[in-house]
Design a protein around this ligand. Structure first.
Ligand code: PLP
Length: 395
């Protein structure tokens, strides 16, 4: 049974820092508070777990300027998808040489803009895009993204991105013919990939293409393992070291004597655990005398930034202002949790069985933990007039 108390997942000090900020500043809700030391800690943990790998932070997970600036100062590289994300990284101190334009779906003028700003690494998955890069970012390095089976992940990428391995090989040959520098194969094994071996099949495909093309004389040097490293929500996870060990073993097994340079593009795993999203209870209601479940309406929902509750894919740990001490919780009961807008889909959890305090009422706070990834960046401009999610950083 999932209960409302899971604060132990966040570092003790991080929780204390965020609490101090919330108690002292009393910011309007909903709001997201990012603990910058936790971002630094997660980034360095990934870097230490994968020594020698290029760590390209996927900016879309949380584009807060302070987060990008902190990571740039720590020596991170960046995975971007648009001119706006390029400008953000450059403005926050990243050099163009550490930016990868990893979105295979891009306009010619955006490629030209990236090139003009000094970006020299692109990921493609189609002939048209390879030709676009060759034309508007001449001489750049290019990686070809392959489609992979991302079972084991909470968010499989399906067939939208990547092409078949044999097509990727042809497009790498084409890239060389067009004067680009073919660098290697890229993929994404699905976001919140829970299986430490979830990268293995794709690494095997990438190695097969790489070794074949190297034998033909193309100087492929790199494999881009994409994102997918998971964050700890309600359910326990294997430790990061287990993912790193499985990935490293797959790379050596499939690439054999050739040691490729490794790139990873973590988003969620860098920022999720740094964030607490504070919301206020708008209404607690019963829908019938027969149904024991109360409906708890928060001032944040699907459109205010909780897009990842769609299909209840991500279940955030919750903590309320009525929770007792960890071992001394008061009585709780089952709830449905919903957002504040007039949209029927704006229900966060009805199948995930959350239990919240029986005395919870309008005006109380409900904190969503582990909410630093894919929240503020998903919040709508003003659906039903609700403002976009505000982000604060503590250090
Ligand atoms: C979104 C994205 C990532 C980050 O994925 P996470 O699952 O958050 O680590 C990495 N690479 C690409 C190309 C992406 O689109």
């Amino acid at each position: 049974m999932k209960t409302s108390f899971a604060g132990r997942r966040l570092h003790h000090e991080a929780t204390a820092r965020i609490r101090r900020f919330l108690d002292h500043e009393q910011p309007g809700t909903p709001c997201l508070v990012i603990d910058l030391p936790t971002v630094r800690d997660r980034f360095t943990a990934i870097r230490d777990a994968l020594p020698g790998a290029g760590i390209f932070y996927a900016v879309k997970a949380n584009p807060t300027p302070e987060v990008v600036g902190l990571l740039a100062a720590e020596g991170a590289s960046f995975d971007v998808a648009s001119p706006q994300e390029i400008d953000l990284c450059l403005a926050r101190g990243a050099a163009p040489a550490v930016i990868s334009y990893s979105n295979p779906i891009k306009k010619a003028r955006d490629v030209a803009y990236a090139h003009e700003r000094g970006v020299r690494l692109f990921v493609s998955d189609s002939e048209h895009d390879v030709r676009t890069v060759a034309r508007h970012a001449p001489g750049s390095a290019v990686m070809l993204r392959i489609v992979v089976d991302s079972k084991g992940s909470t968010y499989p990428f399906g067939k939208k991105f990547g092409c078949a391995p044999e097509m990727a090989a042809d497009l790498l040959r084409l890239a060389a013919d067009l004067g680009l520098a073919p660098l290697g194969v890229a993929f994404h094994a699905g976001s919140q990939q829970l299986d430490p071996h979830g990268w293995d099949a794709a690494i095997a495909d990438a190695a097969a293409i790489t070794l074949k093309l190297r034998a033909e004389g193309l100087d492929l040097t790199t494999v881009n393992l994409g994102g997918g490293l998971p964050a700890g929500y309600l359910d326990p996870l294997p430790p990061l070291a287990e993912y790193a060990a499985a990935i490293t073993a797959s790379v050596s097994r499939h690439f054999g004597d050739f040691r490729p340079r490794v790139m990873v593009e973590p988003g969620r795993a860098v920022v999720a655990e740094s964030g607490v999203l504070r919301s206020e209870v708008v209404l607690v209601a019963r829908k019938s005398y027969a149904d024991e479940r109360r409906w708890v309406f928060l001032d944040i929902g699907r459109y205010g930034g909780l897009a990842e509750t769609e299909g209840e894919a991500i279940a955030y740990p919750l903590r309320t202002s009525r929770d007792g001490a960890p071992l001394d919780d008061g009585p709780t009961g089952p709830v449905v949790i919903a957002g504040p807008t007039c949209d029927a889909d704006d229900v966060l959890y009805q199948d995930t069985c959350y239990h919240l305090p029986l005395d919870l009422r309008a005006g109380d706070h409900v904190d969503l933990l582990c909410a630093g990834a894919y929240t503020a960046s998903y919040s709508s401009v003003a659906f039903n007039g609700f403002e976009p999610l505000a982000t604060y950083c503590v250090r």
